[in-house]
Design a protein around this ligand. Structure first.
Ligand code: ZN
Length: 509
């Protein structure tokens, strides 16, 4: 009896695993097509590529929502109850169950309607933003809001209409958990920015000179490999909007863009995407080809890009080791700029209109504005027609700036115009908060890390992150990863301490 039960479990589990491998392969193939589309594809290839991607995604979705997946899950679960929670098998069943239950709640006709609308909305946004034409977007955004609320209605157990969308990217988080933390961060950030603005402005003109692209490219990739990015398992290519993408654990690629009139844009975007890539490259090979071979959430993923980009890449220690190399590469531009001046330049705080160009401190204010506004939209407290003015009002109150148009206001980010409203912004700031929590935990375990970074080595930090975060892929939720590494939950203090110490010193507050 015992033996036959085990055999049944094995076969149900193996059958499920085989199906998941196939679905994963479809997703990886779609990633290759997407990567090509964003890097090398000639423009006229776009319509056919769109159809090819849609076919792969449809096949993957159909295969995953088949009734048989549910049956195999039931069987595999009932026969494998003795498995350790942390085992790969138990983790795979847990994750698959969660994603399966979520996928089958949304009818395929709705998914098709939503993706059709997203394509149309995106193409009109691509015209409306340069035209500064919110009126053109308004009816589409109203439909997006309606679709977002209808999506939320498929999950009636959720307390807030944004929760289902938040769950998808940051599983386990909710409006209830995020709102008070963001409110507190906002309350603590605004006075800090005000204090900084009363100080002498930092001269960052050294970053705004002519920096030839080929040299920027080489320096960026050299720093990426210094961090531990393995070029036998990855590569860098040029794109319009940088991203990281993986085809397998041994093929994780980054993309970068360069602006020859400034150094910071290309450099820090390379370090950012490298952070995302280190996460994916560090996943245990035993998880290859399965849904577990993925970062656990948008927030934890972003914590790694921000940790390498900012906590390491904008630190004095890092540049103590590498600034002389940068000067050698750009002797005309930086030969007479000393380390201290450069360090201050790359950490200049300023009130600006555009999120993606914002410094470490004000960046979160940009995110929190979007998060708050989308909650108001979803709650029905704010009408789409009133959104542009609500946007301006929040920028004035939180950042002290007002855009003279909607292109640099409510139309600036693609998120609301190419998907749903909700779930896409919180991960950026959650990432910043968790980056500091993880870094503080790493330092507690390995106090030698800052000295090593100053000496140009990242091995201890990288090993700690790989062991405690990367290797697990999606085996553990965000909350579990936080608990395992820090002994607690989401906590703002390490991040606020980090910002206060760093910028207190730079601006002599
Ligand atoms: Zn990122």
């Amino acid at each position: 009896m015992q033996i036959s039960d085990t055999n049944v479990a094995k076969s149900a589990y193996t059958e499920l695993e085989n199906r998941l491998y196939e679905i994963h392969n479809l997703g990886a193939a779609a990633n290759v097509l997407y990567w090509d589309q964003s890097t090398y594809m000639p423009p006229k290839g776009a319509p056919a590529r769109g159809r090819q991607l849609a076919t792969l995604q449809k096949l993957a979705h159909e295969k995953f929502t088949e009734v048989e997946i549910g049956r195999l899950l039931d069987k595999a679960e009932s026969e494998t109850q003795e498995l350790e929670y942390e085992s790969d098998k138990a983790s795979l069943l847990r994750l698959t169950r969660r994603k399966y239950e979520q996928s089958i709640k949304v009818p395929p006709e709705f998914t098709a309607e939503l993706s059709q609308h997203a394509i149309e909305s995106y193409s009109i946004w691509a015209e409306a933003r340069p035209e500064n034409n919110f009126a053109k977007m308004q009816p589409l955004l109203e439909k997006t809001l309606d679709l977002s609320q209808r999506y939320a209605a498929f999950f009636p157990n959720k307390a807030h209409p944004a929760d289902a969308m938040i769950d998808e990217s940051d599983y386990g988080m909710s409006v209830e958990t995020i709102r008070p933390i963001f409110a507190e961060l906002r309350t603590r950030t605004i006075p800090l920015v005000n204090k900084i603005m009363n100080k002498a402005e930092i001269d960052n003109s050294c970053c705004f000179q002519h920096f030839p692209e080929d040299k920027q490219w080489q320096f960026g990739i050299d720093m990426a490999t210094c961090f531990g990015y393995d070029l036998t398992r990855g590569r860098q290519d040029k794109t319009l909007h940088p991203f990281m993408i993986n085809f397998s654990i041994d093929d994780v690629r980054i993309t970068t863009r360069f602006d020859e009139s400034r150094l910071d844009d290309g450099l820090f975007s390379t370090l950012h995407e490298t952070g995302h890539a280190l996460y994916e490259l560090g996943i245990d090979h035993a998880l290859e080809g399965l849904p577990l071979a993925d970062g656990t959430s948008a927030g934890v993923h972003e914590s790694q890009s921000r940790l390498w980009e900012n906590i390491v890449g904008r630190s004095r220690g890092f540049w103590s080791a590498h600034y002389s190399t940068l000067q050698e590469r750009f002797p005309k531009q930086l030969g007479s700029v000393d380390l201290e001046k450069f360090y201050r330049a790359i950490n200049k705080v300023d009130r600006t209109l555009i999120r993606v160009d914002a410094d470490e401190i004000t960046y979160n204010l940009h995110v929190i504005i979007r998060f708050d506004l989308e909650l108001e939209l979803l709650e029905g407290k704010l009408a789409v027609a009133d959104l542009p003015e609500a946007w301006h009002a929040r920028y004035e109150s939180d950042l002290g700036v007002r855009a003279s148009n909607d292109s640099n206001g409510v139309l600036q980010d693609v998120h609301w115009y190419a998907g749903v409203i909700g779930g896409a912004f919180q991960g950026y700031t959650l990432g910043n908060i968790m980056a500091s929590q993880f870094y503080a935990a790493a330092l507690k375990d390995k106090p030698q890390i800052p000295a090593e970074i100053e000496a140009g080595s990242f091995d201890t930090l990288h090993d700690w992150l790989r062991t405690n975060i990367y290797s697990h892929g999606s085996k553990f939720t965000t909350a579990e990863i936080l608990e395992r590494t820090t002994g607690g939950g989401l906590n703002l203090n390490p991040y606020v301490d980090y910002l206060s110490a760093k910028y207190g010193e730079i601006y002599e507050l």
